[in-house]
Design a protein around this ligand. Sequence first.
Ligand SMILES: NC(=O)c1ccc[n+]([C@@H]2O[C@H](COP(=O)([O-])OP(=O)(O)OC[C@H]3O[C@@H](n4cnc5c(N)ncnc54)[C@H](O)[C@@H]3O)[C@@H](O)[C@H]2O)c1
Length: 296
Amino acid sequence: MNANKILVVGAGLMGRGIVHAFAVRGHPVTLFDVSREAIDATLADIRTVTGEAVKIGKLTEEAAARTLDLITPGTDLVESARGADLVVETASERLSVKIDIIQAIDPVLAGDAIITTNTSALSITEIAAASANPARVAGMHFFNPVHKMKLVEIVRGIATADSVVERLKAWSDAIGKTSIVVNEAPGFTTSRMSAMLGNEAMHMLESGVATAEDIDTALRLGLGHPMGPLELGDMTGWDTRLAVLQYLHQSLGEKFRPCPLITKMVKSGRTGRKVGHGVYRYENGVKIPGSGLRSA
Ligand SMILES: NC(=O)c1ccc[n+]([C@@H]2O[C@H](COP(=O)([O-])OP(=O)(O)OC[C@H]3O[C@@H](n4cnc5c(N)ncnc54)[C@H](O)[C@@H]3O)[C@@H](O)[C@H]2O)c1
């Protein structure tokens, strides 16, 4: 695959991993976010990650320097979109945000450019309707942390062209990911399962069935999950998790009603590891033992 130009919109938790995934494989990436601080934090994070990769011999100094050189911070969304072959929208999980972004960039993109969204659950068909050419829009759902998680879910909206799906499979291969193709359904295959599990774990914590630590240990050691559902919610961000649950509740019904404890945590700003405080507390990104939230 040629070194085509990528535009990543959204420099949050996911944006930084996605930018790194493309740049480290030699693709020029422009990164745009409404927050300049978020862009700077992402660039600093990628500098740290590539520096560490050099230290442990996973990347040469030249490859690390090249990766950083390939990333351009964008100052204007529309200007950043000019000449992009592939757009990955990974801004906050709100339909209106995603629609506004696509409406802004769609007119300046080349006819064969692809627009993808990293939404965790929202309707690709609805998001695609913001483009004058919905056939070029699909879901490209990455997982956190992007550098470790091999999967990309390619999600077809009602109008997504077969050729777009095929090109996204090739893009996924090109950055070392394994892709699956999913027909649009709320939460696709992964977020639907993960949201249900995380919600149930929060209900158990809220009603005092077990401590946070014990619920997570149960799923890790008893059911073989690589991490517990509360640890995973902290890593995902409870604000994102709540937005997904609200959407699933609205589209799939009562079984996805968000646990009130999640709403309380988001209202109090305990959104997870990214702010140092979720179900657990974190110091320099590392979980503090015994810090799990006690049931009220
Ligand atoms: N967190 C996860 O584990 C995870 C996993 C897969 C997919 N996702 C999805 O990825 C997307 C981003 O999630 P995140 O966890 O990175 O969120 P985040 O809150 O860490 O980052 C969102 C970023 O979007 C930016 N933003 C908001 N409005 C914008 C706009 N109009 N234009 C440009 N940037 C804008 C914010 O400034 C912020 O930096 C969401 O759709 C989410 O559902 C998240």
